[in-house]
Design a binder for this molecule. Structure first.
Ligand code: NAP
Length: 390
């Protein structure tokens, strides 16, 4: 059930934000110096880096960080996905066109120090590029996901924990099938990259939910938009439900430093430094703003169940198969140099990006109406919650 009056008032609020702050340009160069300044010492030998992909969410941040550190970057894509941030930096990047499905010609006869495989969507894609580049690149860095651990029965999952390598024959529903498909694809892709390049020349990075400017999904946007506005803010789940997330720029910069240091092995790319609860996360997000807020803790499992409120990134209701998703061990990544942007900085930067010209007004408006999202269900849920307690 949708409530248009609330949406209209929120849209009016957002339009007023847009009008008063004007849609500000999202300036890549500023972000580049910010990214580069996180680590002051530049490496002695600039690297030649090939990024498979590079134009969507993670890629532009890797490019900003790598260029800031003095490396040169080539990217390989079909030329369909256009970057929404750091656009000016792409003038300094070599763009090779092709298709991982059936056309790797642009990569033939070339050599790089490092290849970063961002766009791995099929095991065969990773197999083909790893075989093609085995003799012409020193290091293969594969971007995997903590989804390799699905089903997440266990807390404290470590890099060496066993993975499911075959999709089971019976499944609860289509959602579960998709989750298995993705995790099993990533797990087998990790293995094929390590098999072809050898463990001594391959690095596997497994990010958890990434957030930050240029996210193509809207899944984190409830927090910055609503916390900036203030009023009743829904916090679903039990008060101690843990959450894990990572600023996309932390993954990007860390990956470039892994490349510089030729660090090999498997790493869970998970933040923050220590596991935090959803309420603590929300307070951390609100530190970016000064609005008056009233937190509504929807912490009754029966209410959550009846209202199908099980996922608002980075929170997932504690269910058997998801128990470990927000309890993944990140010590090895921290030891290898993964560092964490303060949450309020992530949220403020994401908020600024959301109201910049990098995001269309159409996207902002669509977000307010997204089916099943917390933002579109907010009024209805608040009303139901009030009745539930009468
Ligand atoms: N977002 C998260 O929270 C999250 C969490 C865990 C792991 N991950 C993983 O992180 C990785 C990075 O994702 P990203 O979207 O941010 O990466 P990205 O490198 O910024 O973008 C994906 C790139 O792949 C290219 N591409 C897609 N299909 C292609 C094809 N058939 N041939 C050649 N290039 C192709 C796209 O360009 P064209 O469309 O122009 O070809 C685009 O440049 C992914 O592997 C994802 O699974 C993401």
């Amino acid at each position: 059930m949708k409530n248009t009056s609330k949406k209209t008032s929120r849209r009016a609020f957002m339009n007023s934000v847009i009008k008063t702050s004007a849609v500000v340009p999202f300036i890549g160069a500023q972000s580049l110096s910010a990214a580069a300044s996180r680590v002051n010492i530049k490496p002695d030998s600039p690297l030649k880096i090939l990024i498979l992909g590079g134009t969507s969410f993670l890629g532009p941040h890797q490019i900003a960080y790598a260029l800031g550190r003095g490396h040169s970057v080539s990217i390989f894509s079909r030329g369909k996905t256009q970057p929404t941030i750091h656009k000016d930096l792409f003038l300094r990047v070599e763009h090779l066109l092709g298709d991982r499905e059936d056309n790797l010609e642009a990569l033939r006869g070339r050599s790089w120090d490092v290849v970063i495989d961002n766009s791995g969507r099929k095991v065969e894609w990773t197999k083909a590029t790893a075989e093609l580049l085995r003799e012409s690149c020193d290091l293969y860095i594969y971007v995997s996901s903590v989804s390799v651990f699905y089903p997440y029965y266990k807390a404290g999952l470590k890099e060496e924990d066993p993975l499911v390598l075959k999709v089971p024959e019976t499944m609860e529903d289509d959602d579960e099938k998709m989750t298995y498909d993705y995790g099993v694809m990533k797990a087998n892709s990790e293995n094929i990259a390590m098999e072809i390049f050898g463990k001594e020349r391959s690095t596997i990075v497994r990010p958890t939910f990434m957030t930050g400017p240029s996210d193509r999904t809207n899944r984190f946007m409830y927090w910055p938009t609503r916390l900036a506005e203030g009023g009743d803010i829904i916090i679903p789940g039990s008060d101690n439900d843990p959450v894990q997330y990572i600023d996309v720029r932390d993954i990007a910069g860390w990956m470039i430093r892994l490349a510089e240091n030729k660090t090999t092995g498997i790493f869970n790319g998970v933040g923050p430094a220590s596991i935090t609860s959803l309420p603590a996360f929300v307070h951390g997000c609100h530190a970016a703003f000064s609005s008056k807020v009233n937190y509504i803790h929807m912490n009754d499992p029966k209410f959550l169940e009846e209202n199908n409120l099980t996922f608002v990134a980075p929170w997932i209701k504690d269910m058997k198969k998801y128990h470990g998703i927000s309890r993944v061990n990140n010590q090895k990544a921290i030891d290898s140099g993964l560092s964490f942007t303060p949450l309020a900085v992530t949220v403020k930067d994401t908020y600024d990006w959301w109201y910049s010209d990098a995001v269309s007004e159409e996207r902002r408006n669509k977000f307010l109406l997204e089916e099943f999202s917390l933002i579109s269900r907010e009024k209805e849920l608040l009303e139901k919650w009030n009745t539930w307690h009468k």
